[in-house]
Design a binder for this molecule. Sequence first.
Ligand SMILES: Cc1cc2nc3c(=O)[nH]c(=O)nc-3n(C[C@H](O)[C@H](O)[C@H](O)COP(=O)(O)OP(=O)(O)OC[C@H]3O[C@@H](n4cnc5c(N)ncnc54)[C@H](O)[C@@H]3O)c2cc1C
Length: 269
Amino acid sequence: MKAVTYTLERQPDLPGACAQLTRETYTKPIAGGQSLGAMLNLRLAQPEALVDLDAIASLRACDESPHGLTLGAMTAHAAVEDGVVPDVTQGFLPKVARGIAYRAVRNRGTVGGSLCHADPAADWITAMAAVGAVYTVQSATGTRRIEAGDFMVSAFETQLAADELLTAIDVPRLSPDARWAYVKFCRKTGEFALAIVAVVIDPARDVTRWVVGALDGAPRVFDDPRLATMFADPLARAAWLANPALDLDTTRRALLDDLIAQAVRELHP
Ligand SMILES: Cc1cc2nc3c(=O)[nH]c(=O)nc-3n(C[C@H](O)[C@H](O)[C@H](O)COP(=O)(O)OP(=O)(O)OC[C@H]3O[C@@H](n4cnc5c(N)ncnc54)[C@H](O)[C@@H]3O)c2cc1C
């Protein structure tokens, strides 16, 4: 199958891109094209126009401060993997980046594109919820901020309106005594995960976040500080995973049981 016919405009700056999104035509932004390309070819997306974000330098800018890092939405996965952008997470984000797909995808795919695509099995959507990132979203009429844990509404659906762009991701700096783990199960290296567990425990900032990802919808965030101790006990872990509110099938429960046990070992080597 071939994509429907659409126009492609390469915008040089954010005001131009936001203005294009206010037009009457059904317009979609394109970042690295790694997901949208397939959606177009399968006709799962049928836009009349694309706004190409590739030339907008401000979307690749990164700014480090004592509080953390502001990451431009067009930052490629490979830039995080290679340390081209500073790491304020003691290796957490580079580990996540290294595990995404294959190098060719990581060269082109962007952090912002992955978040906006909102595939439940994608890595950044879960990882950014674990670090407590906050997103900046811009339209022709202004900007707003959205917490990572609230951004994804359901599979392939976010809080973004059709005329809004994700422009930046604020990642808080982890304290020196913070601990983290990021574990996932994939059938083959480079494939999307069938289950993900991300944990950030940062007592100096009063942060405990266990995030379960690759579910049917948005990742689930749990912030009970007693979880690390509870999860070290196999029986308590199994009882927690059997909670009907989690709505996990047997396979996913078994995968998550393994991953949580692995995360506990990584938190307390
Ligand atoms: C073979 C293969 C394997 C993969 N494996 C994994 C994996 O293991 N883990 C993983 O996490 N991902 C995986 N991916 C997805 C990959 O990470 C993509 O890069 C990512 O999902 C989309 O990023 P992109 O920059 O290419 O966005 P695009 O494909 O250009 O866009 C994706 C969507 O986001 C919208 N969009 C993009 N940027 C913005 C913005 N700034 N503001 C508003 N909307 C925007 C677009 O309109 C589109 O709807 C894989 C992809 C491929 C092709």
